[in-house]
Each structure stands twice: as C-alpha cells, then as structure tokens.
Design a protein around this ligand. Structure first.
Ligand code: SF4
Length: 290
C-alpha cells in the first residue's frame, strides 16, 4: 500500500497494522488525510496473512493500532475475527486501538461492544471536531454531535476508552463562540479519558482551503484561537481526563490533567492573552509541513 499512513501520536510505540485503507466518508471539508486514497477493507484472509507475517517477525507486540480511518465501521463479526487473530499471533497483546466514528459504534449492540472489549479492543479515537451542529453541517461531517456523543457514552459504559479530538477554529470567526460553548458541552456529556485539541489549518486541496481563499471561511487570528480555547476550557466540567493541545498546529503546547489543572490552564491562557505576543491580525505562522 503506497498511500500515506496516519496514526494518533500516542500510537508511536504500537505495532501499526493497516487492515483498512482510507476513510468510508472522506468528505469532511477540512480533512485532506485520505483524499487520494480509495476506501477499501482487506478481506479476513488477507488480514490473517498480515498478522501471521508480523507474528513471524517475532515482534511480540503488546499494543496494536489498526489503521486507517474508522476500522470500527467493520461489522462486529469481522472485528471479532480480527481481534481473535491478533490474540493468537501476539500472545502478550494487551490492547488494540482504532479510529472510530459514531456510526461505527452505533452499529454494535452493548453486548457486542462488551465482547470486543473482552477481545482486547481498548481505545477508540473519535474525531468529534465540534459540538456545534451548524459547524459540523458546514464542514460536511457525516455525523451530528448528538449522535457522536451518544455513541461515545455508550462505548465508555461498555468498558471501552474514548479519546476525543476537537478542532479549534473550525467554526471560523463567525461561529467561534458557539463552537467553543457547544464543544465544551458535548465533551462534558461524553467525559472522554483523553482529549486532544488541534487547530484547524486550511490544507491545500481541501474544500476548506478553497472556501478560505474565496473569503467564505474566515480563519481565526492567533489571538482569537487562544481566546476560543480559553472559552472552551472554561466550559469544561470533566471528571477524569488527560487534555493535550500539543500538536504542531497549536499556538502553544499545553498539557493538563482535568479537573485538577483547570485553574492553572486558564491562568496560563490569560497570561498568554495579556502578553501582547499573539498575532491579532492573522492566523500566525503555519506549520512547516504545509
Ligand atoms: S475527518 Fe475523519 S471522517 Fe472526516 S474525512 Fe477525515 S478521516 Fe474521514
């Protein structure tokens, strides 16, 4: 497979097995990850060969990440079969993690979700992106925030861990307040164990980049992006969540254990906003990979 591979930063030490290719939706305006990658799933016999090959290499994986986007969209029987193959191929296996959409979770019963957890499925990485339904609609996200929240809550109630990603600036200047407030509210309902905030970057080749070029989407300035993050953090009422905003797209790298560090985080953001160092005219420097 010669298409680019994406994985969450936390999976750097995991064995990555690409059982699927691309994303079944592949239409979100802001996302360029799988634009040139047609969606397909390896057949179970091919997955079996892949697992056998990696197992023969003697890596003895304890953690496996199944790529690409939304492996959770596979039917329950296929997922259970793949997890069974992994247990057989890697006797020391402790956890298997995947990207998951709300519909990928919603398509399984509680009993099936618990059975997958019993087969070592552990963390589901979900891109909520925003809790603001209008922002999600404008971005052509396949699912509503309400559906993702409901799926995420059910997965956690069945013993799976949820790692949620949100995109700062996704509502643009027009919906920054709604985006911040509604995203915090959705996260409060979901109570994910891990939360990552990345900043949206209009990537060349995406619809968002074209809209931004025409002036139909107004990206936040650096100063506005930090204000939005502050508003979002202020609205969070999380009971046990590790929060990270340390992706290269973020204005400053942040990490916190919530709720313990909420005051410290807000003070840090207030200091930054008062520093006069933030660009109030433009989004500021873009990551080097653009
Ligand atoms: S953001 Fe996720 S669901 Fe949307 S196109 Fe990209 S990989 Fe697919």
């Amino acid at each position: 497979m010669d298409h680019p591979l994406f994985r969450p930063p936390a999976e750097a030490g995991s064995l990555i097995l690409r059982t699927d290719q691309g994303c079944p939706h592949n239409r979100c305006s802001f996302c360029g990850m799988y634009k040139g990658t047609p969606y397909r799933r390896l057949g179970l016999d091919q997955v079996g060969s892949l697992v056998a090959r990696e197992s023969r290499r003697g890596r003895g994986a304890r953690r496996v990440f199944l790529a690409d986007g939304d492996v959770m969209a596979r039917p329950f029987d296929e997922l259970a079969a793949i997890l069974g193959m992994l247990r057989e191929g890697f006797p020391g296996l402790s956890r298997v993690n995947v990207y998951a959409s709300g519909s990928g979770i919603a398509g399984k019963t509680d009993e099936q979700l618990r059975a997958l957890r019993g087969l070592r499925l552990h963390t589901l990485y979900m891109g909520l992106e925003s809790g603001d339904e209008e922002t999600l609609r404008r971005m052509d996200k396949a699912e509503s925030a309400a559906a993702m929240v409901s799926a995420g809550r059910r997965a956690q109630a069945c013993g799976l861990h949820l790692s949620v990603m949100v995109l700062l600036g996704l509502g643009g200047r027009e919906r920054t307040a709604e985006h911040a407030r509604s995203t915090a509210a959705s996260l409060n309902l979901m109570q994910p164990r891990l939360l990552s905030a990345l900043r949206v970057i209009p990537v060349p080749g995406t619809a968002l980049h074209r809209e931004s070029g025409k002036g139909d989407f107004l990206p936040l300035t650096e100063d506005e992006a930090v204000r939005e993050l502050r508003m979002m953090v202020e609205g969070l009422e999380l009971e046990r969540t590790v929060f990270r905003a340390n992706h290269v797209s973020n204005v400053v790298p942040l990490e916190a254990a919530l709720p313990r560090d909420k005051g410290r985080l807000l003070a840090q953001l207030d200091k930054l906003l008062a520093s006069g160092d933030l660009d109030a005219e433009s989004p500021g420097p873009m990551p080097l990979w653009l």
